[in-house]
Design a protein around this ligand. Structure first.
Ligand code: PFF
Length: 452
């Protein structure tokens, strides 16, 4: 029996797939990265393009990953080989590389979250939220919490998929939404709310026209990052489901939920930032941490809300991290017959080591983040779109059609979207991202080496 014929576990409950996919999609991308990108890229202009990209790129691309996964029932590397032929294995190999880079810095941010969870009880962030973030986000403390986070991931994934993932997702998903909705009501009462809403919600098209070269790749990267697309996570998850599911319905539910959470985070963070009189571009990766720590300091029982919020946020990060490492681990198990525990421990340890530099230096942190989101995820998605749009379209269409009520028109529109507009937008974004990344290397990394 070939290693890839090993009988795959399948989701214990019908809702298990949606919860797990939502668990992967909802994470640091929504709560931490989204407000940070909005702040860096000029507010509503970014939000507008981001939402457009969710619909135009994210939705069709998610269906592509679902169709490949459900059709092949393999890990992403095996799935691409089965779908496109031997050469496509190497594209699957890119997914593995992305997983390592992505989880390395993702885990560092998750470590900050864990630190904030503990700090909610001790009140450590109340005196000066800005200074607290600066102090804990860089250095050996950050490495320590990054280690704690990776240990949690390894423990859960080593035990096995059903128990670990579904349980965590079930607890996390509703909680995070209600806490954020409550906080947005508090944010509404703040003095800076009006100004914040104008900044966040009313796009200035002149601004988009002036900054499109950085807004487009940032929005494309964020759209893929937040939906867990471009590295085979959704291929892996869909490999555990049956043919009777309506993938369009499932995709719509997952995306709506994910976007709703990010959107509400903006409604919380920006009123707080404007009320404090801070320029929204200033806090950078600290935006959500600094503003929420400030809010929890101001309101009654803030420490308790803070603990619940950061605890839930930690679980959200955990389910996303699990999905990333699972791509690499399922490859090692399916293709090489490696024991789950061994694979998880080795992969998790390498990721921990790769993340250390990003915990010690903000420039290296920015490098990983920009490389992973704007370059690698876009590249990964582009390859999958070319495979499905141009090479294996009939097979993909037949797969998507399973479980749909009116398959013909829908699958035709879908393939057309994948073939032309999605590929074009991704190509343009990738080109701009590579230019932007070169610029980043010149302006940040070269001086970085000169100083050291
Ligand atoms: N979607 C996750 C988040 O928003 O936090 C991050 C992520 C998970 C990105 C899995 C990519 C991925 F493959």
């Amino acid at each position: 029996m070939a290693a890839s014929d090993v009988i795959r576990e399948s989701w214990a409950t019908r809702i298990g797939f949606i919860l797990a996919a939502v668990g992967s999609a909802v994470g640091l991308g929504n709560v931490w990265r989204f407000p940070f990108q909005v702040g860096q890229e000029g507010g509503a202009a970014f939000l507008f393009i981001y939402l457009a990209f969710i619909v135009v790129i994210g939705f069709p691309a998610m269906l592509v990953e679902f169709a490949i996964g459900r059709n092949t029932k393999r890990n992403p590397v095996g799935a691409l080989r089965a779908f496109g032929g031997k050469g496509w294995e190497y594209v699957g190999g890119i997914f593995l590389v992305i997983g390592f880079v992505l989880l390395a810095f993702y885990s560092v941010v998750a470590g900050w979250v864990l630190r904030y969870f503990f700090a909610s009880f001790t009140g450590a962030y109340t005196a000066d939220p800005g200074a607290y973030f600066a102090q804990i986000s860089v250095g050996w403390d950050a490495v320590f919490f990054h280690a704690l986070f990776m240990l949690s991931v390894i423990a859960i994934v080593a035990i096995g998929i059903q128990r670990g993932i579904e349980l965590a997702a079930k607890v996390m998903v509703p909680a995070i939404f209600f806490i954020l909705a409550g906080l947005s009501v508090y944010a509404f009462t703040l003095g800076g709310a009006g100004e914040a809403y104008a900044y966040y919600l009313s796009p200035d098209f002149a601004e988009i026209a002036a900054n499109w070269q950085s807004v487009l790749p940032a929005a494309a990267g964020q759209a893929l990052f937040t939906l867990s697309l471009g590295m085979g996570v959704m291929i892996t998850y869909a490999s555990y489901i049956d043919e009777d599911r309506n993938l369009i319905e499932d995709g719509t539910a997952i995306i709506s939920f994910d976007v709703a959470i990010a959107f509400v985070v903006g409604l919380v963070v920006f009123p707080i930032i404007f009320t404090a009189g801070v320029d929204p571009a200033d806090p950078g990766p600290g935006a959500v941490f600094i503003s929420l720590a400030g809010a929890f300091t101001e309101i009654g029982f803030g420490w308790l809300l803070g603990a619940i919020f950061f605890g839930t946020f930690f679980l959200a990060a955990l389910t996303s991290a699990i999905s990333i490492i699972e791509v690499i681990v399922s490859y090692a198990i399916d293709e090489h017959g490696i024991d789950r525990r061994v694979a998880t421990t080795v992969v998790g340890s390498i990721i921990f080591l790769l993340g250390i530099p990003t915990a010690l230096d903000p420039v290296l942190f920015g490098l990983y983040d920009q490389l992973a989101a704007e370059v690698l995820l876009v590249l990964g998605t582009l390859f999958i779109m070319i495979l499905v749009g141009w090479i294996a379209a009939p097979r993909a269409k037949a797969e998507l059609a399973e479980g749909l009520e009116q398959p013909d028109r829908l699958t035709d529109v879908w393939i057309w979207l994948v073939r032309v507009p999605v590929v074009v937008v991704l190509l343009v974004s990738l080109y701009l991202a590579v230019l932007g990344f070169g610029e980043f290397l010149r302006t940040e990394l070269v001086p970085w080496f000169e100083i050291r």
